[in-house]
Each structure stands twice: as C-alpha cells, then as structure tokens.
Design a binder for this molecule. Structure first.
Ligand code: PSV
Ligand code: MN
Length: 398
C-alpha cells in the first residue's frame, strides 16, 4: 500500500519536472544536530518540571541523542553546552558517543548564568569579568579539539534594562575586542557562529539584537565567523526567510537553531506553529545547495510538556518534511513565473509543493537508509521510554 503511494507520488513529481533521485540523495545527506540540553529536565522561567526517564547525565543525553539518530538516520551529532555539560574526561565522552554511533557537535560556552555576568560578559565594564568570559571560551576551544568539533557557537545575554544604564559604543568595542581574541585562537576550519536575539534577558537593549549586528561582528572578525539564526529570536512579522537568503548570498549564514514560537522565544517544536514559514526558509536553503551545505543545522528547543525523545523525533520529522517540500519546488517554473510577473503562478508553485504529501517519499528514503519508516512508531513500539524510566530510576546517576 505504502509502496503504491510512493510510486504514485514519484510519477506525480516526475511529471512536474522534479528529479526524484536527486531529491532522495539530498534528503539522505540532510544533517540535524540535536542539543544535549533538550534531553534533560527543563521548564519555564517559573520552574523546572521533572519527566520520568529524562537524561540525568551527559552520558544519558548521549544515549538519547544516539537513539534519535538511530531511528531517524539524520541526527548524527549532538551539541554540548559548557557548564550544563561537564566532564573531566572529554576524550572519554567522545569515545562513548562514538560507541553509540554519535558524534559530538557544536560547543556552546555559557557566559550568561554566573553571578559575575549579571551586567554582561564580553560587554562588562569590569576587565575581570571579560577575562573570565574569555577563559570560558578558551576552555570551549580546548574541548572542541578534544571531541573533534569545529564549531564554537556563541550567544550572549548581554544588554541593559534601562536607558542610560550602559554606553552602547563602549559595550560594542568591548564585545568586538573580546570576540577578536577568541577568533584569533581558531585554527584551520574551526568556525565561530554568532547568534543574535532581540530581547531577553535584557529588556531595553541587547548588544547583539539582530542579524545586522551579528553580521557586523562576524564581518569584522573574518571568514571563519558567521551568523547563527535562531527562529525564536526575532520581532513579530520579521521575514526570516529573507534574512536567510541574504546571509546565504553573502556566504555568512553559519547555522540555525530550529524551534518555533507563538509569542517570544518559546522554544516550541519546529514547524508546530508556523510550518509554512519553516517551508519558506527551507526553500531558500534548497535554492543554494552549495552554500547551504556549509550551514550547521541545529535544534534549540525546550521540551518540558511533551516526552523529550518523542518530541525530538517529531522535530526531525518536521525538518525532513519541510526540506522535502522545498526540494520539490520546480525552480525553473518558479523563475519563469517571477520573470513573467505572474505572481499567482509563482506563489502557486510554492503552495503546490507545500501542500504535497511527502510522507511516502520520506518513508522510502528512511527505509533505504536502514531506518524505520515511521521513527515515532518505532520508538513507541520499542518501549524505549519505559526502558529509560526503569534504568534511570533504579540506579543513581553517575
Ligand atoms: C538563548 O535564548 C539561546 O537561544 C542560546 O542559543 C542559548 O545557548 C540557548 O538558548 C540555551 O537554550
Ligand atoms: Mn539558540
């Protein structure tokens, strides 16, 4: 039955001028990094909620991320957040991950939680605090080299709450000077991804508030510095796909933090609130395969209501679906319609792809990759959550 659906879809797509074999090979090359922090207990700013079976240690986070990878085939790396993830044996951590078929990915310094950072990290007026933040970055670079990662992914909570609280220009100079020191330590293909966010925790101004500021800093640093787009970090109505297109065209799109939001930085499942926006973002990525191959695709979500591993599997499926739909847009026809000022045809080319049920294609791709056709069902039938609950409640975390 599902094979029939696959054949019907293939015929339909080929008739529409889509090369199915090419789409399949691009889907197989898709790579999505999951974050270690999505596997452990989280919550809201009002409190943390415990989930039975949630990972308690870095090793358990690795086990969960590795399971998501085994079931989906595309979540080959896991990001670590230094501070939240601690170890005095990173080589051992790396080896454990590899024994599970997983690699460790981007390394994220945490310079937003310590008491010292209350008034900023790299923008602090205190040299001692800036130095402490620098040391945190240097530690991350050391960890990167031990675990075999080439991505340093940075985000700062730096900002002010009141007019007059800080000097914008002095803060900018401190920030750039510190970032330059970090950048000067990078070697070879190592890159620094600069993430922006328009507010929170600061409410009057944020030092890296938007893609323009992140781009400015990255440009000042050099080629190995790029911009990271977190989908929850924009004001309402901002056209993220436009930002993505511009950054790609400039060779400055470094990475994504996928999630979705209704109001602010809600960290909901990507594609759960606005799947069309996600599709349009993927359309821009799919339009420039060469540049988009260099992008680090990462998830940054907080799953405290849905079961964590299930939600991550759902997240991956949503990202696969958005990418598949973007890949079946007929770009020749889209361009013709654009040049011919046929707005209706141009829009419909996108809408038709978005409305296509790509599940039979994704199922086939997964099977060819040796993964379950329906990873969520495989997770549920495999009793993985029950096993985690048992294992993680019967012994103390080590
Ligand atoms: C900040 O809101 C952020 O998006 C940064 O990427 C942090 O590292 C991450 O969330 C922590 O979840
Ligand atoms: Mn983020």
């Amino acid at each position: 039955m599902s094979q029939d659906a696959y054949k019907v879809l293939c015929d339909q797509l080929e008739t529409r001028g889509v090369r199915v074999a090419e789409v399949k090979s691009r889907l197989k090359a898709q790579h999505i990094e999951t974050p270690s922090w999505a596997y452990s207990d989280t919550g809201t700013r009002f409190g943390i909620y415990k989930q039975a079976g949630a990972a308690r240690t870095l090793y358990e986070k690795i086990e969960d991320a590795a399971l998501v990878n085994r079931l989906t085939g595309v979540a080959r790396t896991m990001a670590v957040h230094i501070g939240w993830d601690q170890s005095d044996d990173w080589l051992g951590v790396k080896q454990y991950a590899e024994s599970q078929g997983l690699k460790l990915g981007s390394v994220n310094p945490n310079v937003f939680q310590g008491q010292d950072y209350k008034f900023g990290a790299f923008t602090s007026e205190e040299a001692r605090v800036r130095e402490r933040a620098l040391q945190a970055h240097f530690e991350c670079i050391d960890i990167m080299r031990t675990i075999g990662s080439e991505v340093l992914s940075v985000w700062y909570g730096d900002g002010t709450n009141y007019p007059g609280q800080g000097d914008f220009r002095r803060r900018k100079r401190h920030l750039l000077a510190c970032l330059r020191e970090v950048y000067s330590r990078l070697q070879g293909k190592e890159t620094i991804l600069v993430e922006y966010k328009f507010f929170e925790p600061a409410f009057y101004h944020t030092d890296i508030a938007d893609w323009g500021l992140a781009y400015l800093l990255a440009s000042n640093l050099g080629e190995q510095a790029k911009v990271l787009v977190d989908l929850g970090h924009h004001a309402h109505g901002v056209n993220i796909e436009h930002i993505v297109a511009v950054l790609l065209d400039e060779g400055k799109l470094g990475g994504f933090h996928f999630n979705n939001r209704k109001y602010a930085d809600d960290d909901l499942t990507v594609g759960s609130i606005n799947p069309y926006e996600l599709f349009l973002i993927y359309c821009e990525l799919a339009a420039d395969e060469v540049a988009s191959r260099e992008v680090a695709y990462m998830v940054d979500q907080c799953h405290y209501l849905k079961p964590k591993t299930e939600e991550m599997i759902q997240t991956i499926a949503n990202l696969q679906s958005a990418y598949a739909k973007a890949l079946i847009v007929n770009r020749t026809r889209l361009k013709e319609a654009q040049l011919g000022r046929d707005l209706v045809a141009a829009e419909n080319e996108l809408v038709r792809a978005f409305n296509t049920d790509v599940q039979p294609l994704l199922e086939e791709v997964r099977e060819e990759m040796g993964c379950p056709r329906d990873p969520l069902e495989a997770f549920r039938k495999g009793g993985y959550l029950e096993k985690a609950i048992q294992a993680r409640s019967s012994k103390t975390a080590s």
